[in-house]
Design a protein around this ligand. Structure first.
Ligand code: PHE
Length: 451
């Protein structure tokens, strides 16, 4: 085995682990996907389904990732090999690392846009008269501008990872998450005071059970995986740096609640402002980079808000990108038994190539299509819609069927340190063995046949 004999990196405190996990979870998924998804999928009705998916499917799978990571104390690839030597399961770990490469390659492009818009906000270039669609299109189609900010964002992520687990990841997340918590509450309070804010809250919370279909449930579960960073080994990698003394169930529960709360707060910050400006909310780039700057420009203190908002977007994207990059770096570092800085450099070199392809898919490569999608859209689609779900399925099957009941309970209770009711452990095991794999398999088949 090639794993380095040197002591492995680790987090300093349980709070550090929790903040890093929250950092990974809170990302673009919360800020630009969740609010719109809720509004168009039945409001409070969607939230109820989302919460059910989170509690009964996503959380048990997150627990599995944590169990695999902490028990093996290894990177995502080695983790499977350590717990089930000489089996085909190591390919699951490999798939997880590849998923991170694909996901990170388009994520850093959007991360670059957040820096670009943050800088534009600081330079105060936005006015109510600005042609926002024009500004956005010219940014993404300009190869130089798009590539510059993409590489800058990736370089910032790499710089954090270079600092190691404690000085880089743990410390950065501590600052970023504290800033995010304060700023989002500030914007929610401000948003609520705007005239017409109620329409935004109605869009978000008014239940419409007639909209609830099978497809809506699929959307909810897919969003749960993406938002909680499940299925690509990121949780596993962070868990491998966690102490055996940490309470696993508490750590995963706090992470889940924080991520969900943040998603709701993001909706309460964004939608009232959008409706107050008399606009319709959209999804993704259209919402964050076209509607919102326009909305901010027409508001009192709009310039300040715009600076704060793009900082939030940047911080959320950065803390997620860090977890994706660390999963890749940990794999390279331990599997080729090399120093951290070399692994970071190598990951940087690989991601830069794919990221540039994604960045150029709005400009010179816009005509280049894979299955009818540009590089950017293709990477987004296969990673968010297919790879994460397949990863989640394999992870729950592995934890449910290949880790013995005794070992599974031993890891969750930290060797009996934490007294967890038997019924809870038993129920969790049933979900992990039967219910989660079954439901997730149905989801995957559905997205593959495109129902
Ligand atoms: N959870 C992140 C978001 O909501 C995305 C992500 C997925 C990050 C998987 C890491 C791993 O945007």
């Amino acid at each position: 085995m090639k794993t380095s004999a040197k002591a492995r990196d680790s987090f300093k405190s349980n709070l550090g682990v929790i903040l890093a996990l929250i950092g990974s979870a809170i990302g673009l998924g919360n800020l630009w996907r969740f609010p719109y998804l809720v509004g168009t999928n039945g409001g409070a009705a969607f939230i109820v389904i989302y919460l059910l998916c989170i509690v009964f499917l996503c959380m048990p799978i997150m627990v599995c990732e944590f169990v695999i990571g902490r028990r093996s104390q290894a990177n995502a690839f080695r983790a499977f090999e350590k717990l089930r030597p000489n089996s085909a399961w190591k390919h699951t770990g490999l798939l997880a690392v590849i998923t991170c490469v694909i996901l990170l390659s388009f994520y850093v492009v959007v991360g670059g846009w957040t820096i670009d818009y943050f800088v534009k906000s600081l330079r105060m270039v936005f006015t109510p008269q600005t042609d926002y669609e024009g500004v956005f299109n010219s940014m993404v189609s300009s190869s130089a501008e798009n590539i510059f900010y993409t590489v800058l964002f990736l370089a910032v992520s790499a710089a954090v990872i270079l600092g190691g687990v404690r000085k880089g990841i743990e410390r950065t997340n501590k600052y970023l998450m504290s800033a995010l918590a304060i700023l989002i509450v500030f914007i929610v309070v401000y948003s609520m005071t705007l005239p017409g804010a109620k329409a935004g809250l109605n869009f978000l919370f008014k239940p419409d059970f007639s909209k609830v279909t099978f497809r809506v449930a699929l959307n909810a579960l897919g969003q749960g995986f993406l938002s909680l960073s499940i299925g690509c080994g990121a949780i596993m990698t962070y868990a491998s740096y966690a102490s055996k003394k940490d309470n696993l169930l508490k750590t995963t529960t706090v992470t889940t609640i924080s991520d969900t709360l943040f998603a709701l707060l993001a909706g309460m910050a964004i939608l009232p402002a959008v409706f107050s400006a008399g606009m319709n909310p959209g999804e993704g780039a259209g919402l964050a980079f076209i509607s919102l700057p326009y909305v901010f420009a027409g508001m009192p203190f709009g310039k300040l808000l715009s600076i704060l908002f793009y900082f939030i977007l940047f911080a959320a994207a950065l803390s997620s990108a860090i977890s994706l990059l660390e999963t890749i770096v940990a794999f390279l570092k331990e599997e080729s038994n090399t120093e951290r800085h070399r692994a970071v450099l190598l990951s940087f070199a690989v991601i830069v190539v794919f990221a540039v392809l994604c960045a150029l898919s709005f400009g010179v490569l816009s005509g280049f299509k894979i299955f009818g999608l540009t590089f950017f859209d293709f990477f987004d689609y296969i990673s968010s819609n297919i790879c994460l779900a397949i990863g989640a399925l394999l992870i729950s099957v592995f934890a449910g069927w290949k880790i013995s009941k005794e070992d599974f309970y031993d890891e969750i209770t930290s060797g009996g340190k934490y007294k967890i009711p038997k019924w809870l452990l038993g129920t969790l095991r049933v979900f992990v063995r039967y219910i989660a794999p079954l439901v997730v398999a149905i989801i995957i088949i559905n997205s593959l046949i495109g129902v």
